[in-house]
Design a protein around this ligand. Structure first.
Ligand SMILES: Nc1ncnc2c1ncn2[C@@H]1O[C@H](COP(=O)(O)OP(=O)(O)OP(=O)(O)O)[C@@H](O)[C@H]1O
Ligand SMILES: [Mg+2]
Length: 509
């Protein structure tokens, strides 16, 4: 369908820019894709701007001096819409190439069909359907292989819809059929937002619980920790770390917990001050219940008994494991859990003991911060290794963050696809402009005006940067999402409990 005609301007048409007059009654929007035939093939372009013109209002003197302009002339009929467009590529047969010749003035501009746009953007029939292209009826089915070939970053300010989109992405990974290739999914869930996946949802909402387990408790195997890692958790001095290293080295290959380790330390000839402090620290760690001689991963579904597993047995294609970190308030506890798990998962993947893996890291700037020391961010090293080497072993990261500027640049630069939602902080915008390839100044400006649930995809997953609207989620959004609902629920709960207290009193009296 024709929507306008290419016009001649001072700077175009050129292979990088052209403008077109929009036909009367047609609607063209900023960020819409359009097509025009050139001698090279079908040129696909994106509308960057839409401008209204009217020759009667072009001269300020006339506008100010003539009070009755609207009565004298049919001014409405001279209002025209002009769209400015950036050519993105030319399709010729099955090839897409960079445009090298401009369209001609007078060429018809047409609406692009869904199939052509989908192919042009590189979407796949069995891709992950995370939403639809804005202004078009095209599902944004990003290819799983392309998206996770390296790593994915989901970046936006708080409340823009990162966790919602992350849930949609998880649904897509869980919905995949065996014949289309399935990965294992692991989630480091800082706020307990994804545990709803492991529970039976209210009626009418899709149930994912069959393929999802939530880990409520775990015990880290002490023999797998070095003295330096133990010191992350406590505050050991250099001397204490050195003495503990010697003991651990001698115990290599045997099974022990922190109590056993403290008994071993007690028998060593270590200066008493160092020895006593070490024993105290080790016993303190023993009573946290977070450690044992062997790894123990505990899952529990509501109303059922706890189940104990080894990590390797929980990771399966088409299944998702959510590590709920929300109950661990201490940062150091969370760090140690994530450190051990990520290191162990990467090791298992490297030795081919588990299937290809996608690891979601929520609030990633806390685990992989830029410019923090090993002591402040013990997890940073392992994630940087996964970022650099994960690709070879099909171990992908999805880093979700509301503060891109605080995220390690090593990791961000290894993310070959970025999905960016609303961002207004100028420092974060600047950082994104520098770290996301293909984000132009114009696109950056658009990021500040995005609505909740709108996103820009740039990088390997798409052939050209594209704005999408995230689809509605199928899974249960468990947490109360707004203040009104939470306030109402709180009052209902209070009323219910005071009723129950009254009834109990009445029964007693
Ligand atoms: N695509 C969407 N469609 C409908 N509602 C959405 C969509 N995206 C987000 N929301 C709603 O907007 C609110 C904020 O979304 P979300 O929790 O995903 O934001 P966030 O970016 O993860 O924020 P934070 O950084 O604070 O974690 C939620 O109530 C969510 O239900
Ligand atoms: Mg969130």
């Amino acid at each position: 369908m024709d929507i306008g005609k290419v016009i001649s301007t001072q700077i175009g048409p050129s292979p990088t820019f052209f403008a077109f007059a929009i036909s009367k009654g047609k609607r063209v929007s900023k960020d819409q894709f359009i097509r025009v035939n050139t001698e090279e093939g079908t040129m696909i372009a994106m509308v960057n701007n839409v401008i209204k013109t009217n020759r009667y209002y072009a001269n300020p003197e006339t506008v100010v001096e003539t009070d009755n302009l609207e009565q004298l002339f049919q001014v409405d009929e001279w209002e025209f819409l002009i769209a400015e467009a950036t050519p993105l590529g030319v399709i010729s047969g099955s090839l897409v190439s960079r445009p090298t010749v401009p369209p001609s003035p007078g060429d018809m501009v047409e609406i692009i069909s869904s199939d052509v746009l989908s192919d042009f953007l590189g979407f796949e029939d069995v891709g992950l359907n995370i939403g639809s292209v804005v202004h078009h009826d095209v599902s944004s089915k990003i290819g799983m292989g392309k998206t996770f070939q390296k790593h994915l970053a989901i970046l936006a300010m708080s409340g823009a819809g990162k966790s919602y989109l992350t849930s949609v992405l998880m649904e897509e990974l869980l919905n995949r059929k065996k014949e289309d290739g399935r990965v294992s999914v692991v989630v480091f869930d800082t706020h307990g937002e994804y545990i709803g996946f492991a529970e039976k949802p209210p009626k009418g909402i899709k149930d994912f619980s069959k393929n999802v387990d939530a880990v409520t408790k775990l015990r880290i195997p002490v023999p797998e920790l070095s003295a330096r890692e133990i010191s992350i958790f406590t505050t050991l001095t250099h001397v204490q770390v050195a003495e503990l290293s010697k003991v651990i080295r001698d115990l290599k290959g045997s099974s022990y917990d922190f109590k056993d380790l403290s008994e071993e330390v007690a028998q060593r000839s270590i200066p008493p001050k160092t020895k006593n402090a070490l024993i105290r620290w080790l016993l303190d760690l023993h009573v946290t219940g977070l450690f044992s001689a062997k790894e123990d991963i505990i899952t529990k579904r509501p109303g059922e008994i706890e189940e104990h597993h080894r990590l390797v047995d929980l990771i399966k294609p088409g299944k998702m494991i959510v590590f709920d970190l929300s109950k661990h308030i201490q940062k150091r506890v969370r760090d140690l859990i994530v450190l051990w798990l990520s290191r162990e998962l990467f090791r298992l993947r490297r030795f081919g003991e588990i299937s290809p893996l996608v690891m979601f890291v929520e609030e990633a700037h806390n685990f992989i911060p830029s410019g923090a020391s090993h002591m402040d961010a013990p997890t940073k090293g392992v994630f940087q290794t996964i970022a650099r080497e994960g690709r070879k072993f099909l171990c992908s990261l999805v880093v979700v963050s509301q503060r891109p500027i605080r995220l390690s640049t090593t990791v961000l630069s290894q993310c070959n696809t970025h999905i960016i939602m609303r961002i207004t902080n100028p420092y974060d915008l600047n950082h994104i402009g520098q770290s996301s390839e293909g984000v132009t100044g114009n696109t950056l400006k658009s990021l500040t005006t995005l609505q909740v649930g709108e996103a820009l995809i740039v990088g390997e997953a798409v052939r050209y940067p594209v704005f999408i609207r995230v689809r509605e989620r199928e899974s249960w959004e468990k947490r109360a999402s707004n203040m009104e609902r939470q306030a109402k629920e709180f009052e209902e709960l209070m009323a219910k409990s005071s009723n129950e207290i009254r009834q109990a009193k009445d029964a007693f009296l």
